[in-house]
Design a protein. Structure first.
Length: 80
């Protein structure tokens, strides 16, 4: 199980890959109860990390879409 400090250093892709591996392991039903609880806790931390990374990426994209006056760029109605 990765510690929260280990998780905080993971890239989005690495965290998502680990989260997918945990889901598969939990779905298989092969983990003993205590191990499953630990995996679930790790999965929750990975989920939060991924959500934070996505939120930061969305904020960066939104910032890039502002012109020099801070107005959104390219928000013309669709089709016109």
């Amino acid at each position: 199980m990765a510690s929260s400090s280990d998780i905080s250093t993971l890239s989005f892709e690495a965290a998502l890959q680990r989260l997918e591996a945990i889901v598969k392991q939990l779905e298989s039903g092969d983990a003993p109860l205590e191990a499953a609880i630990g995996l679930y806790e790790e999965a929750q931390a990975l989920k939060a990390h991924c959500e934070a990374k996505l939120g930061a990426a969305e904020a960066r994209i939104a910032q890039l879409q502002l012109d020099s006056d801070g107005r959104p760029v390219g928000e013309a109605p669709f089709g016109g």
